[in-house]
Design a binder for this molecule. Sequence first.
Ligand SMILES: Cc1cc2nc3c(=O)[nH]c(=O)nc-3n(C[C@H](O)[C@H](O)[C@H](O)COP(=O)(O)OP(=O)(O)OC[C@H]3O[C@@H](n4cnc5c(N)ncnc54)[C@H](O)[C@@H]3O)c2cc1C
Ligand SMILES: *[C@@H]1O[C@H](CO)[C@@H](O)[C@H](O)[C@H]1NC(C)=O
Ligand SMILES: *[C@@H]1O[C@H](CO)[C@@H](O)[C@H](O)[C@H]1NC(C)=O
Ligand SMILES: *[C@@H]1O[C@H](CO)[C@@H](O)[C@H](O)[C@H]1NC(C)=O
Ligand SMILES: *[C@@H]1O[C@H](CO)[C@@H](O)[C@H](O)[C@H]1NC(C)=O
Ligand SMILES: *[C@@H]1O[C@H](CO)[C@@H](O)[C@H](O)[C@H]1NC(C)=O
Ligand SMILES: *[C@@H]1O[C@H](CO)[C@@H](O)[C@H](O)[C@H]1NC(C)=O
Length: 639
Amino acid sequence: MRVGLVQLLAALRTTYGYVHTLSDLRGRQISARQLSDTYDYIVVGGGQSGLVVANRLSENSERSVLVVEYGHFDDNPGQVEPSSAGAWPQRNLFNVSSVPQPGLNNRLGVVYAAAVVGGGSTINGMLFDRGAAEDYDIWERLRNPGWGWRGLLPYFKKSTTFTPPRRELAQEFNITWDIERAYGNGPIHANFPDWQWPGIKIQWEAWKELGMPVNVEGAAGDAWGAYWTPSATDPQYRRSYSRSGYWEPAAERENLKLLTEHRVNEVLFDLNKRATAITIQERGSANDAPKITVKATREIVLCAGWLHTPHILQRSGVGPKALLEEAGIETLVDLPGVGSNLQDHPVYGIGYQYQTDVFPNPTSMFLNATFRTWADEQWQQRKGELLVILYRPRSVGVGNALVTAPLPILDSNYRTILRKGRAQNATEYLPKTYSAQQVGGFIAQRNILLASFGKINNGVVEIPFSGRAGSSLIFMKPLSRGTVLLNTTDIYAEPTIDFNTNINPVDLDIMVATIKYYRKWMATEAMKELTPVETNPGTSVATDEQITAALKSSMGAGAGHSCCTAAMAPREFSGVVSPNLTVYGVTGLSVADLSIVPVIPATHTCATVYAIAEKAADLIKARHDRNIRPSPITPLIDV
Ligand SMILES: Cc1cc2nc3c(=O)[nH]c(=O)nc-3n(C[C@H](O)[C@H](O)[C@H](O)COP(=O)(O)OP(=O)(O)OC[C@H]3O[C@@H](n4cnc5c(N)ncnc54)[C@H](O)[C@@H]3O)c2cc1C
Ligand SMILES: *[C@@H]1O[C@H](CO)[C@@H](O)[C@H](O)[C@H]1NC(C)=O
Ligand SMILES: *[C@@H]1O[C@H](CO)[C@@H](O)[C@H](O)[C@H]1NC(C)=O
Ligand SMILES: *[C@@H]1O[C@H](CO)[C@@H](O)[C@H](O)[C@H]1NC(C)=O
Ligand SMILES: *[C@@H]1O[C@H](CO)[C@@H](O)[C@H](O)[C@H]1NC(C)=O
Ligand SMILES: *[C@@H]1O[C@H](CO)[C@@H](O)[C@H](O)[C@H]1NC(C)=O
Ligand SMILES: *[C@@H]1O[C@H](CO)[C@@H](O)[C@H](O)[C@H]1NC(C)=O
């Protein structure tokens, strides 16, 4: 009976993509009453990384795996349509904001933290890119052997399958890719939409006129200059995400269980500081409501994301001693880095209009009912006979071409910026809670980062372009650092988040240069055909001081890429986890989500999360299943 259903579902999947409405796919979802006393592994958080780790660890049918997730299953069919790329439902997010940000004129920073099965991959924009090789080599230079580009590429490949676009589309727009260098046969699908807006051809010309280098395949370590980048969608243009790629294909496994709508409170340790169990509580229940304890014999893997992985560690007595004391928590390990080193990609929306735009263009979907009807008809056909499928405009998510601008191209005076960064007294811009050791850890990051800023093989700012006149200017390499710290009066309330956006003046200097550079792009000969007119901040905003003021008054604190709050680094640099992802000072406990990143890469973070989680699973298997070895660790790069 069960096997028959699985086969039926497999057939349906081949035809229509993933079917979310049939509840039997959730055979492994259990209620609290069905919990066993003990599992081999407990994965904390069934978000993007958690489902990857759970899938890989349960490949061995002799290992039992429990995932505990705070969120619910989102079965809304709209959530897998490309149109969901730009609309994340609040029901799938934690409701929390940052403290006032002085670098944003004391506005509150918007916080993006997923609360749904599949995590960020269920709600994100599906823009599916990777950082440049240099971005990951920075991690390795911070003394994390095995975590440079060479060590991660096998895991990027292992997670992803790429399907090329229609030949005519690729030829018309000169869309380029390189499967050999970038992709493998993994469970997550990447492809290009079946449509591009014609104005993008003029934009490509304008980049070339400006001297921006063009790369054939960003995902092969060359994510700098201008390049095409796919979306995380399957060949039917359905969202391809952690749930479809890693959870649903494991439908027949009896050794994998998921408990949703429960919060993990603490990790419990024995007298040898070995993590042995977690305590959990039903979502929405009062602090003093009954708690359940579940034991893990092998390892507890934290995948609760940048916001709650440090929160759970701190609640469990692993964190900065002074903070824990204030909260009345006994310190098990004084680990000052837990909840520090917070980074994201602050965003400024620059506004332009094309007075003589080509037809059709992105506004045609809103302003021209005839065009919109045609687009809807094209999209409807996917549900009919599967002979000729034309998806066209409705298959587009947030766009597929990026410029990631190296600093020397962005600003010919870039050496002034590098000198300013090197001469800074780091303490002045770091959170007040930073210890001397943490300042030292930051200076190690800063020196390595500034050396990369002077190179052409990586970028500091991303400019996505899709034919629209305006764009989001995404600042990829902040020197500012923030914190996620326990609310010491209620340790179960959401933690206090401080991004410290724009606190380091170097960050704003680079954004000022970016505005000027975008204006140069709009002023190219190629662009004249479209007659661009600046609407925000407007040409009257001209001096560096005026531009800085405009940035502070409207930038956003992040792009949903928050990370780095349980960083992988040597303990003397205030790291939280070692290169094998185990938490310092204890055993039986590791972290496998985006929290482990030491320095944020110049990319949207989803693909990087898959690579981290795949590598984490290999490392965990290697310590518990001796017959399976992880990929060899690459030698330390000397700097
Ligand atoms: C709105 C938005 C748009 C984005 N757009 C893009 C994009 O276009 N391209 C891209 O590459 N990246 C994008 N990202 C970033 C990317 O999706 C995330 O960086 C990534 O999904 C993070 O994965 P994670 O596993 O570290 O955390 P998550 O996926 O957030 O997983 C953490 C999970 O832990 C659960 N949890 C938390 N606390 C507890 C607890 N105490 N007990 C139990 N469970 C708990 C949460 O509910 C969540 O499901 C976007 C992110 C957001 C939020
Ligand atoms: C956030 O608020 C929405 C309502 O706007 C709600 O549906 C959702 O459950 C809340 N998220 C959490 C994690 O509580
Ligand atoms: C197409 O892209 C390739 C690689 O980026 C580039 O070398 C070539 O000049 C482009 N061709 C056109 C017609 O733009
Ligand atoms: C609206 O779209 C139709 C169909 O694509 C097109 O023929 C027409 O020229 C468009 N109208 C305008 C004003 O652009
Ligand atoms: C750096 O700044 C801190 C904080 O403002 C200050 O206490 C310290 O003396 C400064 N160090 C140097 C070398 O100027
Ligand atoms: C801490 O939690 C308490 C109780 O929920 C709340 O009243 C207070 O505002 C929170 N403090 C901060 C800094 O968020
Ligand atoms: C993990 O790394 C730490 C620190 O480098 C080391 O002490 C420990 O032995 C490693 N554990 C395993 C299982 O490799």
